[in-house]
Write a protein that binds this ligand. Structure first.
Ligand SMILES: Nc1ncnc2c1ncn2[C@@H]1O[C@H](COP(=O)(O)OP(=O)(O)O)[C@@H](O)[C@H]1O
Ligand SMILES: Cc1ncc(COP(=O)(O)OP(=O)(O)O)c(N)n1
Length: 282
């Protein structure tokens, strides 16, 4: 079985971060592993508090995985500050993963800064040059480029600027613009547009984490970059379509497990109660 490692923060509410990444890996059929960079006390409404993990423990988690298990692809999510970015960058230089997908997480939906503002330059200088793919949303791409992005043509210009910082490719996600969400990819040779259709829902917590993990899982399984993005785009569209109205804020995307298909949910429940009543009878 192919494997993928996520280096990211924990979301106690289960919708984003490590939890979304591992659910996505599992649903995409790869064995998921994690190096936790921070614990956030978070739900669908807000981030209440954040505890960054000690640098030595972050380093040890990554080393423990790489020194025992073949890692097919790595995804990076929340890194809280420059010291954590430096540690992750130094450690990954030792193990040289074949694929590195970086989701440059900066601010949560509720407006909490998950990356210290001063650390953006460190992220840009140390990590972007190591990336196979970097996947900013519109506000993150604006921070990385210093440009306002209000249209698809602005996204093209921002892709060029981000690519000049050293990653092999960039995918700017268009969920924050009006209309159907279009994601724009650029690898220095060609632009590719991944056209979506907007699903009217407030339940979009963790969609960025999910998309980047789904891309990572497909790369681990041997897909080309455009194939990996297209499969991941289909995955996130379906996960938003079936997103869960739980909590009082932005509910999470729904990760379907191949073993657990909702179409068969009624059938499954019937069997479940039948089995239960059989085992309960004398
Ligand atoms: N309402 C929606 N309907 C369909 N797709 C969406 C919707 N919102 C976001 N997406 C898609 O989900 C992915 C992540 O979106 P985005 O909101 O841009 O990033 P982030 O979650 O990092 O802020 C992208 O592929 C985007 O196009
Ligand atoms: C621990 C943690 N990591 C990342 C995020 C941001 O996730 P994202 O997929 O961008 O979703 P929203 O925050 O925009 O809902 C997070 N919230 N927590």
């Amino acid at each position: 079985m192919k494997t993928a490692l996520t280096i990211a923060g924990s979301d106690s509410g289960g919708g984003a971060g490590i939890q979304a990444d591992l659910k996505t890996f599992s649903a995409c059929g790869v064995f998921g592993m994690s190096a936790i960079t921070a614990v956030t006390a978070q739900n669908t409404v807000e981030v209440r508090s954040v505890q960054n993990i000690d640098l030595s423990v972050i380093r040890d988690q990554i080393a423990a995985v790489f020194e025992d298990i073949d890692v097919d692809a790595v995804k990076i999510g929340m890194l809280g500050n420059s010291d954590i970015i430096q540690t992750v960058s130094d450690t990954l230089k030792v193990y040289q993963p074949k694929y590195l997908v970086i989701d440059p997480v900066m601010v949560s939906k509720g407006g909490h800064h998950l990356l210290e503002k001063e650390a953006v330059a460190t992220l840009s200088n140390l990590l972007l040059p190591m990336a196979s793919l970097v996947t900013p949303n519109i506000p993150e791409a604006e921070v990385l480029t210093g440009n306002r992005i209000q249209s698809e043509s602005d996204m093209y210009e921002a892709c060029r600027k981000i690519l000049s910082k050293g990653p092999e490719a960039v995918l700017i996600k268009g969920g924050h613009l009006k209309g159907d969400p279009t994601d724009v990819f650029y690898d220095g040779n060609e632009f590719k547009v991944f056209q979506g259709r907007r699903i009217e829902t407030k339940n979009v917590h963790g969609t960025g984490c999910t998309l980047s993990s789904a891309i990572t899982a497909q790369l681990a399984k041997g897909a080309s970059m455009p194939e990996a993005i297209q499969i991941a785009k289909d995955y996130i569209t379906r996960a938003i379509e079936k997103s869960l109205d739980i909590g009082h804020g932005h509910g999470p995307a729904h990760h379907f497990h191949p073993f657990y298909d909702v179409k068969n949910e009624d059938e499954r429940m019937k069997h479940h109660s039948l089995n239960n009543s059989l085992s309960a009878s004398p």
